[in-house]
Design a protein around this ligand. Sequence first.
Ligand code: MOS
Length: 752
Amino acid sequence: MATTDESLATSPIGQDTPRVDGPRKVTGLAQYTADFNFPGMLYAVPVEATIANGKLLALDSAAAEKMAGVRAVFHRGNIGKIFRSTPAPGFDRVCEERRPPFEDDVIRYYGQYVALAVADTFEAAKAAADAVRATYAKEKPNVESRLEAGNDPDVVLTTYGPVPRLQSKRGDPERAFESAPVKLDETYVTPAETHNPLELHATVAIWDEDMLKLYDSTQGVVNARSVLAQMFGLPKENVRVISKFLGSGFGGKLYPWTHVPLAVAAARKLGKPVKLVVSRKMMFQSVGHRAHTQQRMRLGATLDGKLTSLMHDYVYHMSMLDDYHEDCGEATPFHYSVPNLRVSFGRARRNIGAAADMRGPGAVPGLYATESAMNELADRLKIDPVQFRILNEPKLDESNGLPFSSRHYIECLNVGAEKFGWSKRNATPSSMKRDGLTLGWGMAGAAWPADRFAAEANVQLRDDGIVRVASATQDIGTGTYTILAQLAAEKTGVPLDKVQAELGDSSLPDGPISGGSMATESLIPAVFGAANEAIASLLIVAVTSPGSRFLGHKPDDLALANGRVFVKTEGPEKGVPFEDVLRRANVRLVTGSGKGEQTFFVPGAKFSKHSFGCHFVEVTWEPETARLRVSRVVTVMDAGRILNPLAGRNQIQGGVVMGIGMALFEETTYDPQNGAPINSNLADYMMTVNADAPPIDVTFLNYPDKEINELGARGIGEIGLAGVAAAITAAVHHATGVRVRELPVKIENLLV
Ligand code: MOS
């Protein structure tokens, strides 16, 4: 049919599409939270506890208060009421550190806020914060990195609800392990990692009577509105949260942290807008990090390489009060076929700030352990690691008996091996050389869940030919503005430069958090529903307005394609531009609303829904100078249909780059004396930089997953990082002969 062909010809879906917000970013027009300034605005700087365990006995702010330009020093005695925010049903009112700031005098981690200086300038506020003297009753902090599970009940409360510590079990894993002819029992350790987006956490609070307007660097404006409304005892319609551009977040900005209510409370007390920008040092203390984990893996297999037992028992660290759960066992129960399995966890409380989601939370440290164990067991079996995985491919999700919605893991492995040249691998360590360098080749698999959050959207067709699409979601740098525009263009057939995408404002229809790699998946039904409703409204205008050439037709006789209203039997060439239809009718705009239901955490799923992938990594090793480099990466992803391959490849490459950091650089270390993160700056906290990033060849299999949404798109924000560290440590072993089971790999690990 001509109409279908026409709309396919102009469809932006699946086309490499440059960011629609790119020009605003490169010309400096894009405003990030800290860029917003208002008349009379004041600056707030928190005072950080310099102990990690004990009590605040006294605060002396007399000198600070007398300093030039200082408006106030707030503390427990004068900040005013800040209520506790509590979890809500569904996916709402999420936050990691529930204790309102200043609620008691107990210090539980280094950097906990004990006071807040507010002044006319940032410099004056900083000087005043530095001049506040705190007296503490200090106790020895527990930041011990060796983890032992504390005494927890069988079911523990977590940020997202109760979770049994025995996460998954089938068969008799202990017995099967004992009797396995080939086995492995090793512990894999990952460090605390700190989110280091370029943009610091920032918030600007403005009160107008009892209306609160908050510019905030958040990955979830709708959730932030709910949390802040409860903290200040307001109906949520009295709170508006705005987040137009983010210098990324990596999960650290999903939910509000304690500096946000502090800025709001200060603005309320002083009757002026208050800006608070967290320092880089504070980023290591009080706005989350990836939890330190210790994962014992026990795997048993037959001599011909069939897994018979898999036990994944892990411990992670957590703060004294909070409930963050580092779900290392997320992918373990379904990733491979094994009749006997156990996944369980324990937790160790430490004097540190709350941990939080960080890109690929749970599954990323978890897959490092499981994929490393798979690689090591393959070596013990003398079976190629790719072949070993293929031998243990499950037919369905063995943890719940559900079919996979769309799983092409073996194809990922085969395509990756082919592109990388894996068949040329000599399995003997240190045996492969090139240009005087020793080569190491390693690989690993990846998985990440696919689901949807509830989402609403609005679409307008306007008489100036513009299609406006809006949802209260965010663009954290991933390309959500562009995806929204592509979705609206797909439905209406107008070119992308005629689409105006709006997001990052809680006054828009409730949109999803930019988290779980689920924003795009969630927005598709909402935007398509909204576009359909707006188009239906347009067609009514077309058949009813005086003088319209469609008078006498029924709306059902008409359609919209390429931006033109036309009679279906005539085809779009004879159509009328939609803006002409509206203008003739003296209608400024038609509008439609759409909604997608939540599927995430909703019981009764008929399919096991995940994305899959794999990485093949080459490292080069110079033993004379102990120089290790990642020299190339081949990544294959089975992540549903890719709506924007340009941005999609970019996402996966970014994930791989972060995986190089996880394997070789990133580690937050805590001072045993005062409990402070020691390397709390960008000079001492090492991350992958451009010079460390090799060519990264990304392939998408592009199989639509129709169980997820109409377009078959799954999320790709996080899976690129999953498995990378296991592939790199396997390559390091292949190059050097050294097994490193504690990340990051350090030079001293390799000097043996
Ligand atoms: Mo992602 S850790 O869900 O921002």
